[in-house]
Design a protein around this ligand. Sequence first.
Ligand SMILES: NC(=O)c1ccc[n+]([C@@H]2O[C@H](COP(=O)([O-])OP(=O)(O)OC[C@H]3O[C@@H](n4cnc5c(N)ncnc54)[C@H](OP(=O)(O)O)[C@@H]3O)[C@@H](O)[C@H]2O)c1
Length: 267
Amino acid sequence: MHPLVFITGASSGIGQALALRYCQAGWRVALVARRADAIHDWAQSQGLSAGQYSVFAADVSDNASIIGAAEQCLATLGLPEVVIANAGISQGMDSAVRGDLAVLQRVMSTNVMGLAATFHPFIAPMQGQANEADAPAFTLVGIASVAGIRGLPGHAAYCSSKAAVISYCESLRGELRGNKGRKGVRVVTIAPGYVDTPLTRKNKYPMPFLMSPEAFADQAFATIAKGTSYRVIPWPMGIVANLLRLLPNAWFDRLLQNQPRKHRDPT
Ligand SMILES: NC(=O)c1ccc[n+]([C@@H]2O[C@H](COP(=O)([O-])OP(=O)(O)OC[C@H]3O[C@@H](n4cnc5c(N)ncnc54)[C@H](OP(=O)(O)O)[C@@H]3O)[C@@H](O)[C@H]2O)c1
């Protein structure tokens, strides 16, 4: 039986590129998004066979919806070796505008709660099977962002959500790691820099080291296979991220003064 990967946010961008990369490697893919039709259209355009992919329409910001999709996947396809919580949204906000509190709520519900609810239904079955003979290395993958390293003006919702993803996955990694000769469940955090997708095409500022979704998916696939605990892709953004983390606040604030802000939709 071919291994199975469960990917949220598979109707576009990074999720779609990851789906293709796994199909190319001979995996079966369980694909999740609200726009199920977009996934079907894309799968047909790629010539994927019916046995290669399955589609689950779900909203990750609604616990019942994403848990229902995961349970359907478990019942019909079995336990995935890899689960990638990739679905996410990015929206600028202005904390002085009351309506933008709803933006913060939406971003948190999708990027943070959505990730936790995606992982949840798979954890107990993965822990249960991890120590069976010939069990695969079960892996949960959180798609974070370099934007989670430091808070950027105008980007409070997204930056704080991705900082939460990084910390959440780190906590989970400690909780699920193997112990005393028993195998655990691996947790891999991937922080993309800039990837050319519908999410970034609205940005009106320079995006250093912008990469194609296909190039990103290639590197992410290798990272997940190795079980690397945390990786920034591409690596030059990893150096930028490390430097940003070390920069004293006064220098960081000065650096960002007068820089263009994340676009916000007027309410
Ligand atoms: N592109 C970048 O440069 C970049 C950088 C750092 C991190 N990331 C992260 O990478 C992930 C993918 O981003 P992308 O660039 O590929 O964006 P994208 O092209 O806009 O795709 C986002 C995907 O998430 C899905 N999604 C959004 N809200 C959802 C919800 N409530 N329930 C289910 N699915 C939902 C969308 O599907 P539906 O609309 O059909 O539901 C879509 O498939 C995100 O977590 C993003 O934060 C991206």
